[in-house]
Design a protein around this ligand. Structure first.
Ligand code: URA
Length: 239
């Protein structure tokens, strides 16, 4: 692909804007030598104003989605794309969230421009584990683990029962829940079905990929090993 198109697709500007950037000598290689639009250069060696070029298509990143931010592109309020450089919102192929977290849920969110990967992660057949920690308004009754594991719990207005889910009580009003599907407001509705109410909800892992120490609002690009972790068995993320 021509450099102008590659850089424009990454959201740095229109092809016309990028052609100007070449003329102004703002696009160089890693040694600072000015590049020309027809040059053939390895992606990792390209610099714009001295900064490395954003990653090529096939981008996967993890974010600690903070509370009060939505996963939508168009919501009039704060959206997850506001936490990324503005060009990430317009790069092509488009960067999409892998599933969604509610505005009132924080934690691990993946974004990718790789449609096939996105579908592999959210596909019910892949059965990727999503691990949540919830604090609750009422004490656990004690029968939730058996009910959630049964594979028979039917949520209101659903036509199929939920797949078995694992609940670990972390305290009287604190639980970890591991799901292998992602229905609308699923965790909140599961606890509502037991007469309880979720007060705070955070996703702490996808497969064996943990939220870890990533601060709210922070994000990082994932490598192939991190991505493979998302398909692994959930492991204890916190000491
Ligand atoms: N379950 C919910 O209720 N909300 C989320 O954001 C994710 C899972």
């Amino acid at each position: 692909m021509k450099l102008v198109k590659l850089i424009a697709n990454l959201g740095y500007g229109s092809r016309k804007d990028v052609a100007w950037m070449f003329r102004e000598g703002r696009i160089t290689d890693a040694d600072g030598d000015v590049l020309y639009a027809d040059d053939r250069v390895e992606h990792a060696r390209i610099r714009i104003d001295g900064e490395p070029l954003d990653p090529p298509p096939g981008l996967v990143l993890m974010m600690h989605k903070p509370l009060g931010v939505t996963c939508s592109r168009k919501d009039p309020g704060r959206v997850v794309y506001d936490l990324l450089p503005p060009r990430y919102r317009v790069r092509e192929p488009a960067l999409s969230t892998v599933g969604r977290l509610d505005r009132d849920t924080s934690g691990l969110l993946l974004l990718t421009d790789d449609g096939a990967l996105l579908h592999r992660i959210i596909s019910p057949r892949a059965s990727v584990a999503k691990v949540y920690e919830a604090t609750l308004a009422e004490d656990l009754r004690g029968d939730e683990a058996a009910l959630f594991a049964s594979g028979t719990l039917m949520l209101e207005s659903e036509t199929t029962p939920l797949a078995p889910a694992a609940l670990d009580a972390l305290g009287p009003r604190h639980a970890r829940l591991t799901l292998h599907e992602g229905r609308y407001h699923q965790v909140r509705r599961m606890f509502a079905a037991t007469g309880n109410r979720v007060e705070t909800l955070q996703r702490v892992a996808i497969g064996a990929l943990c939220l870890g120490e990533l601060a709210p609002g922070a994000w990082r690009v994932l490598d192939a090993e991190d991505v493979a972790r998302a398909f692994g068995a959930p492991s204890a993320c916190r000491a």
